[in-house]
Design a protein around this ligand. Structure first.
Ligand SMILES: Nc1nc2c(ncn2[C@@H]2O[C@H](COP(=O)(O)OP(=O)(O)OP(=O)(O)O)[C@@H](O)[C@H]2O)c(=O)[nH]1
Ligand SMILES: Nc1nc2c(ncn2[C@@H]2O[C@H](COP(=O)(O)OP(=O)(O)OP(=O)(O)O)[C@@H](O)[C@H]2O)c(=O)[nH]1
Ligand SMILES: [Mg+2]
Ligand SMILES: [Mg+2]
Lengths: 284, 276
């Protein structure tokens, strides 16, 4: 397992009397393997490891820092600069639109977000903008009932449902709009998403992405961003074994920070994003 | 003089990248590399250069060969009702795969009963109800929160009494790290005693595909696999990862959301996707 790969990498470097090129190359190879096994985009891994290699050789270890700490510090810095800091959603009157690929956790996360804002004392409402998936409205309805939040849905088209829902909930503080799963190659679904974004003019457009998504993460995130502009990323199912390396690409491609992570199926299973914890988990 | 390991690594580099970018798990790529290098070491540099792509394709097709299998030849002669239980992690496409298989079976003249075994997730029973209505297929369901094993049992009894050919049991998505849910899955298997357990995997999944397949196989034993969402442009390397991890037949791939969007898996199609 790749926690061990990195441990052995750093054992090599810790025992070396000085850092030389071949040792760094070896350590960087182990870092690459850990990142790839954690689902970070392969090209991104190659880019980052080139930088780490160059910096490890060119930069002097800070005073009192061991070889191992020197390389670890550079590694963390490089990854942290891609990931950025988390950002919590502000507590203000707003419309939030949730988008993403199939089965990522959009509908469930709508409920989690609604509960979060409601706990902070805001008036929250949900709009069932998924008119394609069988019983999607039913699913959101049951979620809404469980947290005592109103929901609007059942329209023939996503555009009509969202327009009517916004009228109905005009007095509410936070309106959260669920949408159907879709992917980059479905022109009519991408068009639908653009239409809904135009109608709703959301303050936040959140890309919901599953922690287990592999090399498709960056490409799909880019497509969503090109279509409507993403303002935040939510990484779901972090309660599994997946490392969430795809999130690095999602952030890199959209320029949007991770706002929360999903850690379970219940409405309270939403946590603030902590970049340091995420990275130490990614690196095993 | 034979080609050295370092030169071999360089030769393999591009092909290694192609596999990783197709979502083949790192552990599988490294195993394939080991296999190929073993066959190429000692060749001259010129020979190795020419043989490397062929050797790689051979190593991959050997893994995929272990996951070829025809679903219908497996089930047609079997005693009926033939009971199939569907398992997998959250959102992988289990419920949709069941609807598609029911549609396929009905087209072939078989009768089906579907068991609404996900009694936990919001809207899960209603989602299957909608599919059952669209396909005009019998659905057995209990109340929200009921014991999934009881629903499965009920559906099987119904199938026996009415001489139905297939029972398709839907179950809730679950993380392989959740001990209670793994235990619940074991219990459903004990009660339903299915003829086949199908693991439904998602082609969008990266390295976790190996972990999931392995763990589900350890807990209940997987007989076959369906890989979904291949139409999302995911290369489907997860097919290779899962085949490597549990060596069980990959019966179908999901290529869309309509009832007809589930087709038999063919190894040469996968090779074309990764290398083509
Ligand atoms: N373990 C775990 N399960 C989650 C999490 N978030 C969502 N799920 C589960 O993932 C599955 C899919 O969730 P949905 O909310 O239906 O996903 P979706 O993106 O709306 O799906 P589509 O609308 O079909 O695209 C469900 O079983 C959820 O309960 C999470 O953070 N952890
Ligand atoms: N594009 C595409 N979407 C698919 C495919 N299979 C399933 N989906 C979609 O993936 C989403 C999740 O499908 P479900 O069948 O609800 O998945 P599940 O495994 O039953 O989910 P849980 O029960 O919540 O764990 C839905 O939006 C489906 O339409 C496929 O082959 N291609
Ligand atoms: Mg949904
Ligand atoms: Mg389901």
């Amino acid at each position: 397992n790749f926690g061990d790969a990195l441990k052995s990498a750093f054992r090599k470097i810790a025992n070396a009397p000085f850092i030389d090129k071949s040792l760094i190359k070896e350590v960087v190879r182990d870092i690459q393997r850990a990142l790839i096994a954690g689902d970070v985009n392969v090209k991104l891994v190659l880019e980052v490891s080139k930088r780490i290699e160059r910096r490890a050789l060119e930069e002097k270890p800070l005073p009192g820092m061991s070889n191992r700490e020197h390389v670890l510090r550079i590694l963390h810095e490089e990854l942290a600069s891609i990931l950025g800091k988390g950002r919590e959603l502000p507590l203000k009157k707003q419309r939030i639109m949730m988008v993403g690929l199939y089965g990522q956790g959009k509908t469930t996360t709508c409920g989690k977000l609604a509960k979060l804002f409601q706990k902070k004392g805001m008036k929250v409402a949900l709009i069932a903008g998924d008119v394609h998936r069988p019983a999607a409205y039913e699913q959101l309805k049951q979620i809404a009932e469980s947290i005592n939040v109103p929901v609007y849905g059942g329209g023939k088209t996503a555009e009509k449902t969202v327009k009517e829902g916004l009228e109905k909930f005009s007095k509410y503080d936070v309106i959260i709009i669920d949408t159907a799963g879709r992917h980059a190659l479905e022109d009519d679904l991408i068009k639908e998403m653009k239409n809904v974004a135009k109608i709703a003019n959301p303050d936040e457009k959140i890309l919901v992405i599953d922690a287990s998504v592999g090399q498709q993460a960056g490409k799909q995130a880019k497509a969503f961003n090109d279509a409507i502009g993403i303002t935040g990323v939510i990484l779901t199912k972090m309660d599994g074994t997946a490392k969430g390396g795809g999130a690095l690409s999602a952030v890199a491609e959209t320029g949007a920070p991770i706002v929360y992570i999903g850690v379970g199926e219940h409405m309270e299973d939403l946590e603030k994003f902590d970049a340091t914890r995420f990275l130490s988990r990614l690196l095993g | 003089l034979g080609i050295g390991e370092k030169k071999l690594d360089e030769l393999l580099w591009q092909l290694e990248m192609a596999l990783l970018e197709s979502d083949v798990a790192l552990e599988v790529v490294e195993e394939i590399k080991r296999e190929v290098k073993k066959n190429l070491l000692g060749m001259s540099r010129k020979e190795a250069k020419e043989a490397v792509e062929r050797a790689l394709k051979e190593a991959i097709s050997n893994i995929l060969k272990q996951s070829e299998g025809d679903f219908f030849s497996q089930v047609e002669k079997a005693e009926k009702p033939y009971v199939i239980m569907f398992v997998g992690v959250n959102g992988s496409g289990k419920t949709t795969a069941i609807a598609k298989l029911a549609h396929m079976l009905k087209k072939k003249g078989y009768s089906c009963v579907i068991a609404a075994g996900d009694t936990f997730r919001a809207g899960a029973i209603e989602q299957l109800e909608r599919h059952a209505k669209n396909l005009d297929i019998k659905l057995i369901k209990h109340d929200f929160g009921a014991d999934p094993a009881a629903v499965a049992y009920d559906a099987i009894e119904h199938a026996k009494a009415r001489h139905k050919d297939f029972v398709l049991i839907d179950t809730a998505g679950r993380m392989q790290t959740n001990i209670n849910l793994m235990e619940e899955m074991r219990k459903i298997k004990r009660v339903a005693n299915p003829d086949m357990i199908i693991f439904v995997g998602d082609a969008l999944t990266g390295n976790d595909a190996i972990e999931q397949a392995r763990r589900f196989n350890e807990v209940v034993g997987i007989d076959g696999v369906i890989l979904t969402k291949v139409d999302t442009d995911a290369k489907g390397g997860a097919a290779l990862s899962i085949a490597y991890a549990i060596k069980k037949p990959l019966y179908f791939i999901g290529v869309g959301q309509d009832y007809d969007d589930q087709i038999p898996f063919r190894a040469d199609w996968m090779m074309e996707r990764i290398f083509g």
